[in-house]
Write a protein that binds this ligand. Sequence first.
Ligand SMILES: [Zn+2]
Ligand SMILES: [Zn+2]
Length: 412
Amino acid sequence: MLMTGPAIWLSAAAIWDHDVEDAKAEAALVREQAIVSRARGNQLHWVKSMLRRSSAAWLGYGNPVDLVASRMDVHRSTARDMVYLARRLDDSQIERIRQGEVSYVRVLEETRLREAGASPEEVARTRDLDLDSVGRVVQQMRKITREDERRIFEGQYVAFQPSLDGSHVRMNGRLGSFEAEICREALNRRGETLVPSGEERPDAGQRRALALTTLCQDELDQHPMAAPVAEPAGPSPRSRREPLLMVVARNPLAEASGFEQGVSVLAGGRVGPDTVDLIQCSGRIESITVTGQDITRHGSTSTIRPGLRRAVLARDEGCTIDGCSSSYRLEVHHILERSRGGNNSPENLTTLCWWHHHVAVHRRGMRIDPQSPPRRRRLLPDRPSCGYRPPPPDPYTLAALRALAKINRAPP
Ligand SMILES: [Zn+2]
Ligand SMILES: [Zn+2]
């Protein structure tokens, strides 16, 4: 008993010391934040007097926000907040911030809240909320005017940004809420229908991406970009034109490596070996040689002759994957890919639905078991890549390909 007493006392003291240290540190942080807030008050005072003095020309800047951002070396959003507040607060309100009676950020949020139409009681009720929550209340109260909606409509866009190596693209954009809902709903519905029964469903975002691709592909088929090529007459239910033209620099290294180096497509981006295989099945390819200053074109070829394509489609009467009943966008596929030495003989060609062709085979890397019966094809798991490591891209060839892609894209 005699031993335990002091021991407990000691550990309690240690905990107590710890708590005191933490509390001290916290108090210091709060004090420092108050200093920051008072400093903002001082800056606000300067901004307000600057706004009063030089309304005509902002000391050579286009607007006061640029002036504040540049002079105080702050983000534009901070400068915008300060100019916003300086225009709305009178001198006595700014003085209260400078004296530390109210905090700068709280005043900022409360000013926005009042502008959004909150009553003094509603403003008072938000005093217990953290600042993020006050921000959410502001969002909810803010009116959406006709002017706002029209501005959003005028500013709507969809953009495609290629990655640095050109191998993939990020899509982003802004739509009005109604227009966005139309697109989302349509892509959701279309995405639902794309996955054959029995297949594992990709997540909603992936389904929308697939849906968008097929939507655009259907549209391109109806209105081909490329000049129509005379096709021999035959039993063609609907005439299909391959929408994408790939420009391949005739490069023995690229071909020997199974195109793991990637090649350029008409749009100017670069695609990898799986896409090369896919285009060999369903696209057209134009090969060029770059020698010194000269670019020699070798003409464009559809890798599978249209007549042969139709014959294979007629022979197979639908997707040949065992158990698949989808007939959406039936396409002809090389069982042994061209890049791996496969040829265009009818025995090496088989019909696949869009899902099995684009998703299962060319994107998930499954391949058709050549031993499986022609009408009941089995899929085998991915095979390992050949292990080829690409050399650094040759900048001259890339620049030439990009320039050529631009020329090709220009309207006739
Ligand atoms: Zn294919
Ligand atoms: Zn299928």
